[in-house]
Design a protein around this ligand. Sequence first.
Ligand code: AMP
Length: 604
Amino acid sequence: MSRIIGIDLGTTNSVVSVMEGDSPVVIPAKEGSHTVPSMVGFSRRGERLVGPLAKRQAATNPEGTLYAIKRLIGRKRDDPNVDEAARTCAYKIVAAGNGDAQCQVGDLVISPEELSSAILGYLKEIAEEFLGESVSDAVITVPAYFDDAQRQATRDAGRIAGLNVLRILNEPTAASLSYGVFDEECTGQIIAVYDLGGGTFDVSILRLSEGVFEVLATAGDTFLGGEDFDRRIIEWLAKEFKADCGIDVLEDRLAVQRLKEAAEKAKCELSRETSTEIQLPFLATTEKGPAHLSRTLTRETFEDLVMDLVKKTHGPCEEALEMAGLSAAEIDDVLLVGGQTRTPLVQQIVEQIFSREPNRGVNPDEVVGKGAAIQAGILCGDVKEIVLLDVTPLSLGVEIRGGGFVKMIDRGATVPCRRTRIFTTTADNQSKVEVHVLQGERELASANKSLARFELVGIPPAPRGTPQVEVAFDIDSNGIASVSAKDISTGLEQQVVVTPTSGLTPEEIEDAIEQAEAYRTEDRDRIAAKRAKGKLQALLETNEKTFKEFHSLLDEARREKVEETFLACKKALGADDGEDVAQALESLSEISRILTEVALFDPA
Ligand code: AMP
């Protein structure tokens, strides 16, 4: 059986892990780092860049570099949160035909699912290189607070990347697995997982018993995270800069990208230092010449800028405690997850909320990814069986006449779960009823998130109110909902026409899989071409050195041949033709043989 990988698909960074023996290990990325930037870029030459390469081009090509994609996945373009993202990010966010948010780079319009699939594909490749075998199965984590559309979209992204997604696992549950599975002392504990990452915040309360990890409550905000902290610094810098030289740099996408990088760097430094210098030379040009930005940001000012953001996490914590029926004093330990929890102010507020010092023993960047690997280990039988009892973060229900919303599965219900309800007709001889499935907490249907519309067709003619159609709602262990229907009078399963109101259609997914395959081939060819060039460059340098030393031992004809070959190699290195590189390598091998011969027979 091939190995199952665990993936933490983060807003800012992603992590891939696997079980090695009894422990989960994070698979190092190609550059040795344990995290991969969750970014996809399209270079001006039309190449697709993923991870570190995309991050590298962000400063020079902000419109072509897509980040924080997780904030868009499974959302509509007219979602106010997406509006906010579109207002502040450097790339364009547009609406698809069904209203879904999509990204645009030049003429290319691309869905968040496809972009996430590029990141997942990159992680898959890293894992395959590390393990030396192909990988097809994965567990992927999502914020506990992700709704159905966001979960479905994440699973689709996995499919597009060529991954069979065995489980969509909630991030806090993954964190609790890392924390508690191998430590017997944790048995019987009630823990809080406070997860503040790049783009989302969630908090969960879990009871860890022998063999059962039960989520008691979960709450959060899918649009609160480190990106917002960065934004506050960017806005502060822009304001100070405007006061200095009168220029609004927020209008200039290139400048904003530079501010963004500087802001994040400063924010991270302020987790260790009490003040930091931000220098951005040539940020803009005025009539008097170039204008440079130079500012000192103290931890105190930074804390003022982000205080309301940190305090915003208080509400969901209270909510989760209330849902779990617990007081803060009953929590045995608080785990900090997500890079943004490194900010000292966040740790202070967490301490205030839970009246106890949070646990600093877990690595906030790796704990979720490792938990995903442990879940993978459980699925393939390498790790002892643990029953995970998760809860649904949001209520699921249907629209009723007059635009109201009736809940069928309440938030906080333990999943997997199933509820049924009888529907009937409102007119005589009505042959079909439409069921509009929604997720959310508002009483007004239109204020909740539309998941799907069902048409129950073929109802036999009958006076209104007589037919009985039993509609069943299921939420599986991935937190993904599905609906089925049965006509009670005939006992037959009714035909259910499901029209998802968001996400990619099956055809679009198939297209995306083909595209991704094409990209993979292109990526592979590019990597092979790069490697061939690297080899040619190294071989050329060695031969040039040897030639410099021993050229006098060659006759005129061979000297010319060597020089011609060197020239051809340099030409091949400067161009983009794989054939030329292969040819140059071959000719150079011949030269190498000649030079080695003369060097070996050097009379000196
Ligand atoms: P995650 O989604 O868990 O990868 O968290 C990423 C977020 O954590 C980003 O907004 C980072 O800027 C932020 N982050 C990472 N390291 C630090 C640090 N040392 N101090 C403050 N924030 C950090």
